[in-house]
Design a protein around this ligand. Structure first.
Ligand SMILES: [Zn+2]
Length: 164
């Protein structure tokens, strides 16, 4: 099985932080995502591809780092606290059947988590979402007002969980 990934030399440049698009500051909105909110050491983004409704990305803001050992324990725990808050907010905003949390770094070697709500009727239920090359994956866009409502409900859910 030949899965198309990133060329090792290109990945190695990103690995050391050369031209890393995940380094802060990042644009609030790109063709891929919209910012939900900044958290303590990371920022939460909502993907524009909403095949998995509520699919978000939580990217480390502190500095360029690829693996957990590159952070201090305190930094790692803060990042985990952000993940917990984000998963909590996503659960309350979209009420999925399950949630996958994935940190791979095969394409972007900068610490980030995919937080992927899963539904019994989604295209890959029972399996990881990445079974094929990214270009072959379903791309589902919400109507602009629906996308905006989802962003707002995630922001409300984050704000209410941080008050607890
Ligand atoms: Zn980076």
């Amino acid at each position: 099985l030949k899965v198309v990934g990133v060329d090792f030399n290109e990945w190695s440049e990103l690995r050391v932080g050369t031209g890393c698009a995940f380094d802060a500051p990042r644009p609030e909105s790109t063709i891929e995502w919209d910012m939900v909110a900044p958290l303590s050491v990371s920022t939460l983004y909502l993907f524009k591809n909403q095949t998995y409704r509520g699919h978000c990305l939580l990217i480390l803001d502190l500095r360029h780092a690829t693996r957990p050992h590159e952070l201090s324990t305190a930094e790692w725990l803060q990042f985990c606290g952000d993940l917990h808050a984000a998963e909590n907010a996503i659960t309350s905003a979209v009420d999925p059947d399950h949630i996958n949390i994935a940190a791979l770094g095969n394409v972007m070697p900068h610490l980030h988590w995919h937080i992927i709500p899963r539904y019994r009727d989604d295209p890959r239920w029972g399996a990881p979402i990445w079974l094929t090359n990214a270009a072959e994956m379903p791309d589902t866009k919400l109507a602009a007002n629906e996308h905006h409502r989802l962003l707002q409900s995630l922001r409300r859910a984050l704000a209410s969980s941080s008050r607890q």
